[in-house]
Design a protein around this ligand. Structure first.
Ligand SMILES: NC(=O)c1ccc[n+]([C@@H]2O[C@H](COP(=O)([O-])OP(=O)(O)OC[C@H]3O[C@@H](n4cnc5c(N)ncnc54)[C@H](O)[C@@H]3O)[C@@H](O)[C@H]2O)c1
Ligand SMILES: [Zn+2]
Ligand SMILES: [Zn+2]
Length: 361
């Protein structure tokens, strides 16, 4: 018994998304069908709809989701019908050269569903980040469905499936923020605020939030920022240096992904400091830096894919911290809305009015 489901589809570059009826096949071996309960609207969905990720339209958007497993294919034993899960866009294969080197968080052959979901006319859909969760039901590789404590409400829990995990992990895993460190985060959307919360949680001494929008800076303070810099009023590099005794921060996280924010992050580091790039750049942009500065300033420039997370380790951990009141996932949920309102949510995101709009099904 395959499924018909309503789903948000981006059919062509830059065009508004539409809600379509899609076909979701029964799970084959290694796959699972998940009934989606909530899915956050991430900036990466908008990047997809703009054609800035790949040109593989049509896309089935949505990838920050929580729901309940409805059916599993043969051979699936880690999850079963009725399990409450958060969907992950990384399911390490255990066999690729990175997994074999003991670095499964970079897995180069992460699992996705083998069968395509399709439009009514049979056109295969490309699910955003191998998930596609702005839909009543989706088909994923069973390893992408990570069991978490069902006490966590889906609107909040789903957010750890992408932006929150990416930001938290950018600080805690990629940046390895340690107690006493000074940290600066450029761009305080859902991803940047999760980085701020992560840095605060592990004991950073100073957490400096930088944004162009005073509303975002207010939010950042509530996630644990100790200082804010309005980049429309002050030069972020100078301001971060002033707030760190003239030295720069130990870890600077670029959660925007523009050449100017990368450059700011590069120069706002202390000597031997770490830059973490988590914002996704447009494929057309380039950056030029004096090579002597790269050498002379030392340290590390690291990109962070999904916060270098291991979903099966990190999702249940973050949900436990949430349920214990130590990690405020609810604060990321600015509003809930229906499947038909995703385009409106993109506009609100672009106007800076929300941290996360969450589609509830
Ligand atoms: N690396 C990953 O694994 C990963 C995962 C999820 C999202 N992302 C990316 O992270 C980025 C942030 O995502 P989000 O959902 O938080 O987006 P968002 O739109 O909610 O937030 C972006 C924030 O950056 C601010 N900003 C924009 N230009 C700025 C500038 N020049 N200086 C300072 N602040 C500026 C905006 O005001 C906004 O608050 C996006 O590029 C997204 O695609 C990466
Ligand atoms: Zn692998
Ligand atoms: Zn995302």
């Amino acid at each position: 018994m395959a499924y018909q489901a309503r789903a948000v589809v981006a059919k062509e570059r830059g065009a508004p998304v539409s809600v379509e009826t899609v076909h979701v096949p029964d799970p084959s071996p290694g796959e699972a069908v998940v009934r989606i309960q909530a899915c956050g609207v991430c900036h990466t969905d908008l990047h997809y709809r703009e054609g800035a990720i790949t040109d593989g339209f049509p896309f089935l958007l949505g990838h920050e989701a929580a729901g309940t497993v409805e059916a599993v294919g043969d051979g699936v034993s880690d999850v079963g019908p009725g399990d409450y899960v958060v969907l992950a866009w990384r399911a390490p294969c255990g066999r690729c050269r990175s997994c074999r080197r003991g670095r499964p968080w970079y897995c180069f052959d992460s699992a996705n569903a083998a069968q395509p979901m399709t439009l009514a006319d049979g056109t295969p859909l490309a699910p955003a980040l191998g998930i596609g969760a702005f839909t009543e039901r989706t088909l994923v590789a069973a390893g992408q469905a990570v069991k978490v404590d069902p006490a966590a409400r889906p609107e909040a829990a789903g957010l750890i499936g992408c932006g929150v995990m990416a930001g938290f992990g950018a600080a805690v895993h990629t940046g390895a923020v340690s107690p006493g460190d000074s940290v600066a985060v450029i761009g305080c959307g859902g991803v940047g605020d999760a980085a701020i919360a992560g840095a605060a949680l592990v004991g950073a001494r100073r957490v400096i939030a930088v944004d162009l929008d005073p509303r975002k800076l207010d939010d950042a303070l509530r996630f644990g920022a100790t200082h804010t810099v309005d980049a429309t009023e002050a030069d972020p590099v100078e301001a971060i240096r002033e707030l760190t005794d003239g030295h720069g921060a130990d870890v600077v996280i670029d959660a925007v992904g523009l050449p100017q924010t990368f450059r700011q992050a590069f120069y706002a580091r202390d000597l031997a400091g770490t830059l973490v790039q988590v914002g996704v750049p447009d494929p057309s942009v380039t950056i030029e830096l004096p090579l002597i500065d790269l050498f002379g300033r030392g340290g590390a420039l690291k990109s962070s894919w999904y916060g270098d997370c291991l979903p099966s380790r990190d999702f249940p951990m973050l949900i436990d911290l949430y349920l214990q009141g130590r990690f405020d996932l609810d604060r990321f949920v600015s509003e809930t809305l229906a499947l038909d309102d995703v385009e409106e949510a993109f506009a609100k995101m672009q106007r800076g009015e929300v941290l996360r709009s969450v589609v509830v099904l």
